[in-house]
Ligand binder design. Structure first.
Ligand code: SAH
Length: 217
């Protein structure tokens, strides 16, 4: 009984933190309520899974802050018909959220260990519309292109043109832009018939988008 209350309180606090930081889309909030962040964080930080902060995961990477996950997901304005590419699987948490709101999610990471571990979680959670692949996501996923939405969860100095090319007209890409050791800006790019439209969401801090595969691959 006591444990149940604590769990419910934690969940309420988690959702409250999201709302107070600007995550207001009901479908996004509901997806984030359904997908438990706990299993995506292992080891000594597991107890902090419901706090609104980024946390370390394997391979020297980080799982993003939940409110940033929420804001990026919201900015994608997903529809249930969408085919989405995520670059930077990391823990798999963001991909799991996307899978609740889109038709199909392809997620790539340069570290094969992260991809393997994320895949196991997707299976456990029965999230059957996610395909996780070890690849250098700077080149996108040509076999599955074009995409309705692209989400990059590592910072690039410029939005890679290969990724832009793999976005459908009418599509949206969300990407943190800036140097890895400096302030980065979360950018929303809309590809229209008349060209690209850019919007800046907020300042963020992400690990860098690196070239090539990780050395565990
Ligand atoms: N979205 C993740 C957090 C991503 S952290 C989550 O929900 O947990 C950023 C990830 O981007 C890291 O796992 C890193 O390995 C990956 N990454 C960096 N450069 C990459 C590249 N060129 N291709 C694919 N993945 C890359």
């Amino acid at each position: 009984m006591t444990e149940d209350t604590t769990e419910a309180e934690r969940k309420m606090q988690f959702l409250y933190a999201l709302r107070s930081k600007g995550v207001t889309d009901k479908r996004v909030l509901s997806a984030m309520e359904t997908i438990d962040r706990g299993p995506f964080i292992r080891g000594i930080f597991a107890g902090r899974a419901y706090e609104d902060m980024p946390l370390p995961i394997a391979c020297g990477q980080t799982i993003s802050q939940p409110s940033v996950v929420g804001l990026m997901t919201q900015a994608l304005a997903l529809t249930p018909r969408d085919k989405v590419l995520e670059v930077g699987t990391g823990s798999g948490y963001q991909a799991a959220i996307l899978s609740r709101l889109a038709r199909r999610v392809y997620t790539v990471d340069r570290h094969s260990r992260l991809v393997r571990e994320a895949r196991a979680l997707f299976d456990e959670m029965n999230l059957t519309n996610i395909t996780a692949i070890t690849a250098d996501g700077s080149y996108g996923l040509p076999d599955q292109a074009p995409f309705d939405r692209i989400l990059v969860t590592a910072a690039a100095e410029d939005p890679p043109s290969t990724l832009m090319d793999q976005l459908k007209t009418g599509g949206i890409m969300v990407i943190p832009v800036g140097q890895s050791d400096a302030v980065q800006h979360l950018i929303v790019v809309r590809k229209t018939e008349n060209g690209l439209e850019y919007d800046e969401l907020r300042q963020v801090r992400f690990v860098p988008l690196l070239e090539g595969l990780g050395n565990d691959a």
